[in-house]
Design a protein around this ligand. Sequence first.
Ligand code: HOZ
Length: 426
Amino acid sequence: MTSNAIEFDRARKVLVGGVNSAVRAFRAVGGTPRFIDRADGAYMWDVEGKRYIDYLGSWGPMIVGQSHPHVVAAVKAAAERGLSYGAPNVMESALAERICALFPQVERVRFTSSGTESAMSAIRLARGYTNRSKIIKFEGCYHGTADSLLVKAGSGALAFGTPSSAGVPEDLARHTLVAQFNDLASVEAFFRQHPKEIACVMVEPIAGNMNLIKPQPGFHEGLRKLCSDHGALLIFDEVMTGFRVALGGAQQVTGVTPDMSAFGKVIGGGMPVGAIGGPADVMDMMAPLGPVYQAGTLSGNPIAMAAGLATLDLIEKPGFFDELSRKCARLVQGLNDAGRDAGVAFCAQSEGGMAGMYMMAQPPHSFAQVQTQDVERFKRFYHLMLEAGIYLPPSPVEAFFFSSAHSDADIDETIAAARKALAAVA
Ligand code: HOZ
């Protein structure tokens, strides 16, 4: 008989910090990470056999829940035809066609194996296309672990107090200009200070790595105009928001069209995938047509393509997002009511199937505001929820994820757990 504690001791001897992605180590909430044995629908079970309602959703991909039979059947069928070819396959074209149909500005797609690779390749492409070096990103936004982007980053980097990673050369980091989310003036100032030097503005259009922060009206319109006026590319990092806040991602929600988009998570259905999409004149700067090099052994992997296609089959069904958004909003309403009744400075909000909960009275609009949360209270709340069988992302600066597998009973169970937990931490 094993336990989470035994497995964590074992893992720490051979894996750095016992994990393969920093935030999973629970250091932002304390305690022992749960070692997951299996997952199905809206649930995960740890090695001790305890069941959790899953609001991690593998950090976003599992929008139809775990092990959906349609996705599993597609993966099995693909696996029987080979695990990886390293040569073109027709599923790559099929998935790219589906992405082009959903995102009006996307004429060409390049698949990668992760969101990190997509964001990294997108900025290389922007630099190659514009022949400029500097990029603008936003404090608390997170675009994976490429060197240029690990400057004042969100997610685990923020939770552990290393938003600007060691190991990133000063010479490279000085090309990354860090503006403030929802603050157009901070972006304008950089364009004034560095005329014709800025290749792109990269942004999570709905931030999800400093918890969920929605854009203020006019913010993305302003970014769009600044980029167009100054010859820089606007890149939306839709790795988290794409196919999740709406079928057409945050660009559908905001009505603002970027020059390039980075995708991942949902389009791999739980398998490792990333993608970059944009207009042909930009995308065709990439090898083999152009001088910007980009490649990957497992890019366009047939199993990942099959899982992505099968997931799209399900989420493209009419009404899928209406139902997902409605159920997620009901959960959020229940959480807000629970916070109010407990008299705790606590709130929640959602967009489509992505949500945030905060130990503060109102949802934050900025990086500075989200930093004012009561982190110690969140830690106590987190463990009470976990104990009650509710698995939330283990950090106060992460969004949480809802799926079509979550039932009304799951929502009620979650709200009831939150009521108890919030009353206990009041
Ligand atoms: N940084 C990812 C979420 N914001 C976490 C990745 C993971 O641990 O799987």
